[in-house]
Design a protein around this ligand. Structure first.
Ligand code: SF4
Length: 366
């Protein structure tokens, strides 16, 4: 059996950001009850015979729980599952809740990677997004984490914030580089339904597709210049610092998710919890089909810079490459949207901009 990853969803935030669609509520009174429930659900997992090599606390804002509750949850995982010695254990941190936590305690318990939500180093852009921290708060958080011994830190950046300019984006990227972090995630702003931004989307001066492409290409170029190599559409790192937990998703490997909105993929089946605290308290878990099919595998693999090795399709799915697929791939190569070398199809940076269409063309040509 292969090693698995564990995802813990902490569904609390101090305040909702204007663009955010993740499941989270602002209710401190639930912190203890939720922690107890998580601990009990983890203990009762029927997969405790599996070995775990990545653990990821995401949200919401996991750091709002404070170190005592976070340590109690992580200790429960460690007592319930066998964890590999070199397991990657990540905690998402919001700079404005970082003051609540003692990083040394988290480090001694086993957390060894932090993912800090910066989004921008420009104060106006942070305000537009509804973030409650300043760039300096994020910088101080990185410094405090370093003092506590964290040597693997990621910062999140957002592209195409209304009124962002190429210069301000460059400043944000430079800010991350000056913080000395090992990893940067850079996502293009998407306007999701049920967010404050959605209600005012016509007043937001959003960027069109061409402008978004320019921002993306600029970000990839700048990040590369500062030594952050791209390994996935939106993820960049110094060598050897790729996020192992998220790589599990893109490699179509198994993981268990605990908490409302968390998904699991294990023993060729998918499960998820609804986006509802009450449903989680009531142990409602939804089966979501088999997962791991060839189309899904291709879709996930092509998000990665390393691309899709065609022999893996033969080994994993007994799929023999058809002429129609090769014709399509050659056409995409001619348009510099993919490369095809050593039996591997990989999207180019230009291809990443239209990844959904390319992935669909390839799947339709199978
Ligand atoms: S972006 Fe992060 S901090 Fe903001 S509401 Fe969403 S989960 Fe909470």
């Amino acid at each position: 059996m292969n090693n698995i990853g564990i995802y813990i969803h902490i569904p609390f935030c101090e305040q909702k950001c204007n663009y955010c669609d993740f499941y989270s509520i602002c209710d401190k009174s639930e912190f203890d009850r939720y922690t107890e429930k998580l601990i009990s659900v983890i203990k009762q997992s029927k997969y405790t015979d599996r070995v775990v090599d990545t653990i990821y606390f995401g949200g919401g804002t996991p750091s709002v729980l404070g170190e005592k509750r976070l340590v109690a949850i992580l200790n429960t995982i460690k007592q319930s599952f066998e964890i590999t010695k070199d397991a990657e254990i990540t905690l998402e941190v919001n700079p404005c809740s970082a003051e609540y936590i003692d990083f040394s305690v988290l480090k001694s318990c086993g957390f060894n990677r932090l993912s800090i939500g910066l989004q921008s180093s420009n104060e106006k852009e942070l305000k537009t997004l509804g973030r409650r921290h300043s760039a300096k708060d994020a910088q101080d958080t990185v410094k405090r984490a370093r003092c506590a011994g964290f040597d693997n830190i990621s910062l999140d950046l957002m592209l195409c914030i209304p009124h962002q300019t190429k210069n301000s984006l460059t400043e944000s990227i430079k800010f991350c580089k000056d913080c000395g972090v090992e990893h940067i995630s850079a996502y293009i702003l998407k306007i999701e339904e049920n967010t404050p931004f959605y209600k005012i989307k016509n007043e937001l001066n959003l960027f069109n597709d061409d402008e978004q492409a320019q921002f993306y290409l600029h970000a990839v170029e700048q990040l590369d210049k500062f030594g952050y190599h791209q390994y996935e559409i939106s993820n960049f790192s110094k060598p050897q610092y790729e996020g192992k937990h998220n790589l599990k998703y893109w490699h179509d490997e198994e993981y268990l998710g605990f908490g409302p909105s968390a998904h699991s993929f294990i023993d060729s089946k998918r499960y998820y919890y609804n986006r509802s605290l009450d449903d989680f308290y009531n142990d409602l878990i939804i089966e979501d089909g088999k997962g791991g099919e060839i189309a899904e595998y291709i879709m996930l693999r092509l998000r990665l810079k390393e691309g899709l090795k065609l022999t893996n399709l033969k080994d994993k799915y007994n799929y023999t490459v058809k002429k129609s697929l090769l014709t399509m791939v050659n056409k995409l190569c001619d348009n510099q949207l993919v490369t095809f070398k050593n039996d591997t199809i990989a999207l180019t940076t230009k291809g990443f901009l239209v990844s959904n269409s390319i992935i669909n063309y390839i799947i339709e040509s199978l």
